[in-house]
Each structure stands twice: as structure tokens, then as C-alpha cells.
Design a binder for this molecule. Structure first.
Ligand code: NI
Length: 400
């Protein structure tokens, strides 16, 4: 006879729950909304949470939803579980019947799955508060994909006040289903962005000597930027400087007045992050001055680097072994230069961000994140639900 350990969901409950979570995910997938515009999504989530017992449901911001559950097994800690809910400006190319019904908008990062998993966890935990100490808060966060991000707004609204520990997850198509990445320390980079306007003096393409050509200046700036990473940064310290946009000119025989550049800077080390804009500006200033042009540099700090708390991560590793057992394999993974606004929660309390494998080569689930054919292996949703449930029950226990 198989006996459920205290942290496990019992097997009968599991099948019904699995179908429910998949149905929620598919509804969300069909109805994607862009960052800061998740009105229908938030209404859907709020309605589901209001059907569950024992939850106090509020809206910290216009399109985020918070549910609070008090445990009945005695005092303990306050745990925040987080899912993000926003979609991307991408035209979906998947042809399954639950493909996006909103033209040009698509859940291409798995946030539909995150939302469904956290709803599943809320259902399990609210159905049995006698097995829970302390307090669990479920935050369904808006706008992870678009700076300044929903996480900071939710933190500013007080959602983290009194929280002892925080857990977030991300489904990952490059990681096979059944693999879970729990990493202590640095996981995701700080992501900043910049826009530069190079102001020259336009004119006839046949008379460059009468112009200040911003196209040539842009070329110099882009090449000079390569040396910020290759010659000015400690090679053992991760860093990326990408110029991803260049716009200028209207015709082959017209030198334009201006060229604009845009890009992103990714770092882990706070000092390197601090130094990047000055280093870039020095080069832009020198180059434009040398050519008789001027510039504006707009540098925006984005999400902070994400560092997982070693203690929380170690506890969760144990929890995953006990609850998911042989159904999953655990990996430590490597840091990645991607960014996540989950780091905003980690400025208020320790916590950990877990990557859940959701790829499946045999089923053709291989498209990368933010791709028009992105999807997830729905078996991974089970792992997410169980992980959230087990993490909440364990982390809410009072510290020994
Ligand atoms: Ni994402």
C-alpha cells in the first residue's frame, strides 16, 4: 500500500487536479494579454480563487491578484508563492485548438502554465489548512516581461511586508520534463537597457564632406562597445553588451541627420553594473566629439540580478526529493544572462527561483522561449503544483 507522506498530494486528488490545472492553462493560453493589460486574466484568476475556501483575495494593483491563506496547524512563518501572468507581443504559430485567440499576443514564455500551477497549489492548500502552519500568500503578478515590471509594484504595494521566505518557478522548454533546477547563489543577471541617438548633419550621399555622417559614427560606436566587454571587464566576471537595434536613413543617396541605437547590458557583479554606463558614455562622447557630432544616451536600470538563498534552496532540494522522488531528477544548473523581476522580492526576504523542465523532444516541444511555436509539456504542470504545495507546507513551519 502506498501511503502519502505529509507533504504529498494523495493520488486520487492528483488525477482530478491535473485535469483541472491543464484546463486552466489552456484557457489562459487562449486568452493571452500583454504586460500591464492583464485585466481578463486577473479577473479569471480572482474568480477561481474566490471559489476556493479560506482564501482572502485582494488586488494589490489593477492587474495583479493576491490570495492569503492562514494555516490551522499552529503558528509558523509567512511564505510567498509567486506566479507571473503576462503574455508577449508575438503572433502564435501553434495550431492546437487552444492556440491564442488574441491576434498578435501569445503566451510564449509559459506564464499561462505558472498561473495554472499556482491556482492548483492554492486549491490543494486551501482545501486542507489543517496541514499548514503559519501563512501562505499566493501572488499572481502582472507584467514580468516589460520594464519596470510588476514585481516591484507588487512589493511597493506591501505584498512582501511580513513575508519570511519567497518561492518562484519558471517552466523551461530547453530543460527536459522531469528535470528540476535548484541552484544556490547567482541564477539570473541584472538586465539594463540603453538607447542612444547620434546627432550628425544630413545631406547628399554624394557630398559626404558637407555632412556629419551619423551612419559611420554608429558603426564606430558599435565596434568600440565590443571592447567594453573584451578589454575592460574582468574576463572571469560575466557580462554582455548587445546592440540589438540600429535605425537610420531613408534612401540610398541621403545621409541622415540621426541614427539611433538600442540594446541591453547584462551583469551579475553590482560594481560592474554600476560602471557600465560610464564606460559606454566615455566611448560615445569621444567618438562623437572626434567627428563633430553630438549624442544623447538614455540608460535605464532594469531588473536586479537574481541570487537564490542557499538555505532555502537546500531545504527545497530535500522537499523535492521527498515529494516528487524518482519522478524527477535534480540539477544544479548554471547561471544564465537572462533577467527576471522575481529579484525584486528577494530584496525583501530570502527565497529561491526554481526552473522546471517542460521540454519534450519526442513530442516536438522544443521551441525556445519567446518563439511563435513555444509551448510546454503539460506533464510539467504537475511538478510545479506539487513543488509549490510542498514548499509552502515545509517553509511555513516554524524554524526549529
Ligand atoms: Ni518568462
Amino acid at each position: 500500500m502506498i501511503r502519502a507522506t505529509p507533504d504529498q498530494i494523495n493520488p486520487d486528488e492528483r488525477t482530478e487536479l491535473r485535469e483541472q490545472v491543464i484546463a486552466w492553462r489552456r484557457w489562459l493560453h487562449q486568452h493571452p494579454e500583454l504586460s500591464f493589460q492583464e485585466h481578463e486574466t486577473a479577473n479569471f484568476v480572482e474568480a477561481r480563487l474566490r471559489e476556493m475556501p479560506s482564501l482572502a483575495v485582494t488586488r494589490p494593483t489593477a492587474t495583479s491578484v493576491l490570495a492569503v491563506l492562514r494555516g490551522e496547524a499552529g503558528p509558523g512563518r509567512t511564505v510567498l508563492l509567486r506566479a507571473d501572468m503576462d503574455a508577449l507581443p508575438i503572433q502564435e504559430e501553434n495550431t492546437f485548438e487552444f492556440a491564442s485567440r488574441n491576434p498578435g499576443v501569445m503566451h510564449a514564455c509559459g506564464h499561462d502554465g505558472h498561473t495554472a500551477m499556482l491556482l492548483g497549489a492554492a486549491q490543494v492548500l486551501s482545501g486542507d489548512p489543517g496541514r499548514l502552519c503559519g501563512e501562505v500568500r499566493f501572488i499572481f503578478q502582472h507584467a514580468e516581461e516589460l520594464f519596470p515590471g510588476g514585481a516591484q509594484q507588487v512589493v511597493d504595494a506591501g505584498v512582501m511586508d511580513g513575508v519570511d521566505v519567497v518561492v518562484g518557478t519558471h517552466l523551461m522548454s530547453p530543460i527536459p520534463t522531469g528535470m528540476i533546477v535548484l541552484r544556490e547563489g547567482p541564477l539570473l543577471a541584472a538586465s539594463d537597457r540603453f538607447d542612444i541617438t547620434l546627432q550628425g548633419k544630413g545631406g547628399h550621399g554624394a557630398s559626404p564632406h558637407e555632412t556629419v555622417d551619423p551612419v559611420v559614427i554608429a558603426a564606430q560606436v558599435i565596434l568600440a562597445f565590443q571592447t567594453v566587454i573584451s578589454r575592460q571587464r574582468d574576463p572571469l566576471e560575466p557580462g554582455v553588451l548587445t546592440v540589438a537595434q540600429i535605425h537610420g536613413g531613408t534612401a540610398g543617396n541621403v545621409i541622415p541627420d540621426t541614427v539611433t541605437l538600442g540594446g541591453t547590458v547584462r551583469t551579475f557583479d553590482p560594481q560592474l553594473r554600476e560602471q557600465m554606463p560610464q564606460r559606454m558614455e566615455k566611448l560615445v562622447r569621444g567618438i562623437t566629439e572626434g567627428y563633430g557630432a553630438t549624442y544623447t544616451l538614455n540608460y535605464q536600470r532594469g531588473y536586479r540580478a537574481l541570487h537564490n538563498d542557499p538555505g532555502t534552496t537546500a531545504i527545497l532540494r530535500e522537499v523535492v526529493r521527498e515529494t516528487l522522488g524518482s519522478r524527477v531528477t535534480l540539477h544544479e544548473g548554471k547561471p544564465n544572462m537572462g533577467g527576471e523581476d522575481f529579484s525584486a522580492y528577494l530584496t525583501k526576504a530570502p527565497g529561491t527561483f526554481i526552473l522546471i523542465g517542460a521540454g519534450n523532444v519526442e513530442q516536438g516541444i522544443t521551441a525556445p522561449h519567446h518563439h511563435p511555436r513555444f509551448t510546454v509539456d503539460e506533464r510539467a504542470l504537475d511538478h510545479g503544483v506539487e513543488l509549490y504545495v510542498a514548499a509552502a507546507r515545509r517553509l511555513a513551519q516554524p524554524l526549529a
